[in-house]
Design a protein around this ligand. Structure first.
Ligand code: NAI
Length: 336
């Protein structure tokens, strides 16, 4: 069985070399893309991370491909329909870091709410003046969680720990869970935007959630709120985010994800790739966000703790073993 692991980071190598001896995968540092897929035409099982794109074209270039094990929860970088047409099994890692991502969301929230970055920049210059560094309390405020799944639930628990009132918008309601954790479901997204002092996004990205915060509803956000996005960049229309910051609707934002993220990681691609007008606009607007003092951006790093990485790799190994044993697990499929 020819197995390739793409996007392999140095810290993953040790685990993979030690624990995947029996399938001896080839560890590739590069991410998988249309451009390099042809080099791995003999692949039968591949493991990728979110930077890779497993498109229809990539699958065409790997005619023996039988299984894709993504080392992530999100799977929007894989064309599930194309995989289903080819009988390719796709497995993800559903629960490796619900606390990990939620903790990062709060790191971002606290950093923005308490102006940690500006404070740090000042003391780095031996300037200990705290003028202009006044923050806001978390206690007593309302936290709006969009997507009360695995990660959202941890955010709710942490929010309660800070003494916040937690409200949630989700397409499914589980009143027992709401009682157990201590939060209240709102009827619609507008209500959450209107009531929340802090908004944290934990919904998946798909055609229904694309730009779920947009130019239309951004005006509903409570004045001075802080937005945190550790889910996917395109849940928020970048133009609407900048507009809300410019107009004081949002007092700040903490972002671990950006719209058009793969493009911004490799800007040299601008000259080598055909960018359409919309992609170019998003790219420029991301630069605007990066430059802003009221926005803190981390490089899609919310998952990145020692413990979470070990859980990801272990589940990926288990997913491949389960597939090879004839009982695939953690299988994700295209929604009809
Ligand atoms: P999950 O599947 O457990 O929860 C998602 C929740 O969103 C569910 O309760 C679902 O009902 C809800 N939902 C679905 N569509 C919705 C809609 N249209 N409106 C409102 N709610 C909706 O997923 P989990 O594990 O909590 O992860 C959430 C997202 O976080 C992932 O899809 C992934 O994109 C992102 N993520 C980001 C990471 C990072 O490093 N920044 C790491 C891991 C996940």
């Amino acid at each position: 069985m020819k197995v390739y692991f793409f996007n392999v980071a140095p810290w993953e190598r040790e685990f993979l070399e030690k624990n995947l001896k029996d399938i001896s995968p080839e560890l590739v540092e590069d991410k998988l893309s249309d451009e390099n897929a042809g080099k791995y035409a003999d692949a039968e099982i591949i493991s990728v991370f979110v930077g890779s794109s497993v498109s229809r074209d990539v699958m065409d270039k790997m005619p023996n491909l039988k299984m894709i094990a993504t080392r992530s929860t999100g799977f929007d970088h894989i064309d599930l329909e194309a995989a289903a047409e080819r009988g390719i099994v796709v497995s993800n890692v559903p629960y490796y870091g619900e606390n990990t991502v939620a903790e990062h969301a709060f790191a971002l929230l606290l950093a923005v709410a308490r102006k940690i970055f500006q404070s740090y920049e000042r003391t780095e210059k031996f300037d200990f003046d705290y003028t202009g560094l006044t923050g806001v309390d978390l206690k007593g405020k309302t936290l709006g969680v969009i997507g009360m799944g695995h990660i959202g639930q941890y955010s709710a628990r942490i929010g309660n720990g800070f003494g916040m009132k937690v409200i949630a918008y989700d397409i499914y309601h589980n009143e027992e869970l709401a009682k157990e954790i201590g939060f209240e479901y709102v009827e619609n997204l507008d209500e959450l935007l209107e009531r929340s002092d802090f908004i944290t996004l934990h919904a998946p990205y798909n055609e229904h959630t694309h730009h779920m915060i947009n130019m239309e509803n951004v005006k509903k956000i409570k004045r001075g709120a802080i937005l945190v996005n550790t889910a996917r960049g395109a849940l928020v229309e970048t133009e609407a985010l900048i507009w809300a910051l410019e107009n004081g609707i949002l007092s700040g934002a903490g972002l671990d994800v950006l719209e058009g993220e793969p493009e911004i990681k490799e800007e040299w691609e601008i000259i080598s790739k055909d960018f359409d007008k919309e992609q170019m606009k998003t790219l420029i607007m991301n630069h605007v966000l990066i430059e802003r003092d009221d926005v803190i951006i981390t490089p899609h790093n919310a998952f990145n703790t020692k413990e979470a990485i070990e859980r990801i790799l272990q589940t990926t190994k288990d997913n491949i073993d389960a597939y090879l044993g004839g009982n695939p697990q953690n299988v994700v499929k295209a929604k009809k």
